[in-house]
Every structure is written in C-alpha cells, then in structure tokens.
Design a protein around this ligand. Structure first.
Ligand SMILES: [Zn+2]
Length: 229
C-alpha cells in the first residue's frame, strides 16, 4: 500500500487506499494498532489526498494522543506541572515539596495520592487567583470554584455562578490554565458562545487561538497520567 506523509510530521505514516467504489476521501485510525488509512476515489491524484490529510492534521494528532499509553504516577515518573516536566522523588518530607524540576514526596505514604492532592491544591491556588482577577476586571462575581477530574470538559460555569475546572489543567502550560479561566469567567457575563462572549474572552486573556488549538491537540495527553496508588 502506498504511504503518504504530512509536512512537519515525519512520524505520521498514512496508508493510501484507492478504491473505485469510494466517492469521497475518508481518514481512519485503527484503535487497535494506530494504523492510519486514507481511503478515496481512484481518479484523485496524490496531491489531493495529501491536501485532505493535511486539513485533518490536528484531528489526527489529538486522536493519536488519546491512544497513547498511560503513565502511572509513581517514584521516578515524570509529570508536567504548569507544562514543566517534574520528576517524582521519594524523600522524608512531611508533604509534597517542589524544588526546581523535582517533586519530593513522603516515602512512607502512597505516592500517587500525595501527588494528586498536591496538584489539586496548587491548581486551586492558581485558578482561584486568576479567576478572581478576571472576575474583578469584568465586574462580575462567582460563588464557588470547584475542581474535579472531568473527561468531557475542562471547565464549566453554571447559571448560579459556580465555576468548575478539571484539576488536570495544572499540568498544562500556564497560558492554557489562564485561557480556560478567562473562558469560564466570561460565561459569568454571557451564558453562550456569542460574538460578545468571545470578545470578552479576548478582553480578559488576549488572543486565544493558540491556547484553544493546544487544548484540542494536546488536551487528551493530560489524561494519560494515572493516579492510582
Ligand atoms: Zn464555553
């Protein structure tokens, strides 16, 4: 089977299958082995197939990311904290303590649950600070802010002004955290995704295109980390 490659993505192999019965192009990723197949009509040329695959690049990458093998949080594992890789190391500290790129945890307690608790705590501090600042700038108030381990969304804002976020956001780069905070705080004013809503996000955060794309392409990678002790 002929293979095609995308610009800047030498590791993404796409197998081309020309089929006289197919009328349009379709991309498929096998959940079993990750093999990518592009099927399409015989009369199209290679450039057209390549162009189509290029247009699906972010979908391809995020889908492949979500297939990535899980990382179990334990001694010696590396987890991102605000986007910076941090090594988990055993020590005699009472509670987790971060020094540079090392997170020390107590050697007598379950590692994963200590790390999870630590991440949730610093996430709450960071998000609390940013949300307060944004809400104040907007002249809005929120009631409660809670953190959960959500799979389907990174944050939400209820009609009674409660904000909810995924604590896994603390693993993403700081700008991503701030963008999601701006997004949910903007919902305090507009409970929709209208033009005015997006203008409010931009007013609070600035241009947000890069951050939205990051979440789409890399968001699922934050779910690879498993915190079972
Ligand atoms: Zn929204």
């Amino acid at each position: 089977m002929k293979k095609i490659f995308l610009n800047d993505e030498p590791n993404l192999e796409i197998f081309l299958r020309r089929n006289s019965n197919s009328r349009r192009m379709s991309l498929r990723i096998s959940a079993l082995d990750g093999k990518i197949t592009l099927t399409g009509p015989r009369n199209l040329n290679l450039e057209e197939f390549k162009k189509f695959a290029e247009s699906k690049k972010s979908w391809l990458k995020s889908t492949i990311n979500s297939f990535d093998t899980p990382i179990f949080v334990s001694e010696g594992a590396k987890i991102p904290i605000l986007g910076n890789k941090t090594l988990i190391s055993l020590s005699d500290v009472k509670k987790p303590k971060k020094e540079g790129s090392i997170l020390y945890v107590n050697s007598h307690k379950a590692v994963a649950s200590q790390v999870k608790k630590y991440l949730t705590e610093i996430c709450k501090i960071h998000l609390g600070y940013i949300c307060n600042e944004f809400a104040e700038r907007l002249g809005e108030k929120f009631d409660k802010m809670s953190l959960r381990d959500t799979r389907s969304r990174w944050g939400s804002c209820s009609s009674d002004a409660n904000l909810m976020f995924s604590w896994r956001l603390i693993m993403a780069p700081e700008d991503i955290l701030a963008y999601v905070a701006a997004h949910e705080v903007a919902h305090l004013k507009y409970m929709n995704h209208s033009k005015e809503f997006w203008e409010t996000v931009e007013y609070l955060f600035g241009p947000y295109h890069k951050e939205r794309t990051w979440l789409r392409q890399n968001g699922s990678s934050l779910h690879r980390y498993r915190f079972q002790s």
